[in-house]
Ligand binder design. Structure first.
Ligand code: SF4
Ligand code: ZN
Length: 122
């Protein structure tokens, strides 16, 4: 019943690291890479059935991330800049526990304003 695996687009013999299909839910880059491979997969329907039938609780199957109620599209934050125009470099990005992205430059500016306000008010 596992014959579909021989046609899977994520096969290791095609050069894919199986770990990519078990990414950290904050790792948007890995999620996007795996999901993009699934989108080209000829056995995506078989993969989806297998994941459902076997009660998978984690990992990416058929382009969906199991173990979270968020879709890959919700997890893949495509924004390149914060609302104030700062670039989301890895250094300037902080992920919250709920996997939302925060801009360090904005957080630092906010803390500086609060400190300045405290001094002015003191
Ligand atoms: S749909 Fe994705 S996880 Fe499933 S076999 Fe294809 S590439 Fe692999
Ligand atoms: Zn910002």
């Amino acid at each position: 019943m596992n014959n579909w695996r021989q046609q899977a687009a994520c096969r290791e013999d095609l050069g894919h690291d199986p770990e990519l299909w078990f990414p950290d839910s904050r790792d948007a880059t890995s999620i996007a890479r795996a999901v993009n491979v699934c989108r080209t997969c000829p056995v995506i329907a078989e993969c989806r059935s297998f994941a459902k039938d076997t009660g998978q609780k984690a990992g990416i199957w058929a382009g969906q991330l199991y173990g979270t109620d968020r879709t890959p599209d919700q997890l893949i934050d495509r924004a390149t800049h914060c609302p104030n125009g700062h670039r989301y470099t890895p250094e300037n990005t902080q992920w919250s526990k709920r996997n939302t992205r925060r801009c360090r430059a904005c957080m630092n500016a906010r803390s500086a304003r609060i400190r300045a306000g405290e001094k002015a008010g003191a």
